[in-house]
Ligand binder design. Sequence first.
Ligand SMILES: [Zn+2]
Length: 78
Amino acid sequence: MRPVIPKCSLCRRVQDDGETEVDQGIWSDLRVFLIKYDLRPIDVVFSHTFCPECAHAYRNAVLYGMPQSLKVSGDAGS
Ligand SMILES: [Zn+2]
C-alpha cells in the first residue's frame, strides 16, 4: 500500500513526518521530500490539504473577503 502524504494545495509542499522527532511535521519541498526518501511521485498518494502557513493566509483572505451571510458562527447545527 502506498503511503498517503499530505500535500499543500497552495504552495505544493508536503508534510514530512520525518524519521526523528526534530523532523516531525515539517513541510518540505516536494522534490526534496522525494529525493530524501528515494521515492517517485507514483510511489505515494497525495492528500490535498493546506500547510499551517497557507491555511492561515487562506483563512485571512476568506475572512476579509467573505460576505456577512457566510460569517462563521459558533453554532454549526447538525
Ligand atoms: Zn502551503
